[in-house]
Ligand binder design. Sequence first.
Ligand code: ATP
Ligand code: MG
Length: 392
Amino acid sequence: MHPPGADTVLVRHGDVNTKSNTVKRYMEGILVENIEALLADRSIPGEVERRWNRPLIHTTEAAVEDATAAATDAFGVVSASPSLTVSTEKAAILEALAETARECYDGGTFAVDARRADKSLPYGSEELAREGGTAIWEAVEDEFEPAVDLDDPDLTFGVEVREDSAFVYLENAPGPGGLPLGAQEPVIALISGGIDSPVAAYEIMKRGSPIVPVYVDLGAYGGIDHEARAMETVRTLAQYAPNFDTRVYRIPGGEIVDLLVGEMEQGRMLSLRRFFYRAAETLAERVDAHGIVTGEAVGQKSSQTVQNLGVTSRVTDLPIHRPLLSRDKHDIVAQAREIGTFSQSTIDAGCNRVAPDRVETNARLEPLLEHEPDDLLERAEETAKKAELIEP
Ligand code: ATP
Ligand code: MG
């Protein structure tokens, strides 16, 4: 909901504010570009201006809600408010509150949350909140009995007064927080078509790293349904990053999977993971990526016991980022729904089809290497070089 005449979106960031002035300016510049790209990608009219450490979107009242939604899809944004802009004169602010109350307040309790960035103004924020409350009260008292509740109001009138403008709003729409995409270097995202990996990719994007999505085609064990789901999730992630390249590297892993299934029983899953990581590392060199992100969580699967993660991780010098490390499945599923990557499909993610009857949960590297095909890692590197770049 927005005040009548609201044509501005007030955008707030969080972690960017903790940076030194130079870094902050740099990151704000990236954030502005990303918000502009989100608006353009969704054909939402609007211009982004950077003022007082805070991006503002100037748009139309008709588009102000859509522009707010776009801003809250930008990594780095903590919240955004569709706002009415008025002068910093107290009378103008009180009139804006009264007008907003007449249009939008129709029962229940209310509160005024007033903030003032410019300490040189002739009034304080408490005074503004008090007088604003009276203005709202008087605007509606002929219609119904208003009530103030400062702890848990049904409607909060926000006022933010800056150096040369004041803003009135009714909503603080939450954004993802984090850092603007592009504030960090890219990483390889291993995307499987399951539920976890897109959420993990989203989490590292939220810290500023663009992703280079990699899908390993498992041949007969993967299949078109599996791949289609992986591509669908990348398309969804791409909506958060319209100004970044999110084409997918598809690595043809069918032969290697056949080899592992043919030659190994216990430990097969671990060698499969070693293949993934080494192939990802090879590709990372080519595309100048600086890590690998996966959807692994401690204990979620046999290949994800702490021992097994310890053993498999040793195949690469690159850091393997596991943002879901400590997360419960239930919680990951909830987030997947929220960001739009959840799919109701019950197809078994490919890795499950490769699993042997007896899985290894407590591997050690030396015995694993004895059973693993000697040339596995060389083959992993060769296979990575055959990766195909595709539109998801
Ligand atoms: P997901 O974790 O994506 O929901 P999953 O849990 O079935 O799928 P796991 O077997 O747990 O997959 O795999 C762990 C991680 O390994 C995945 O989160 C993903 O990062 C990576 N991975 C698995 N299979 C593939 C694949 N075919 N291509 C690329 N990455 C994969
Ligand atoms: Mg998983």
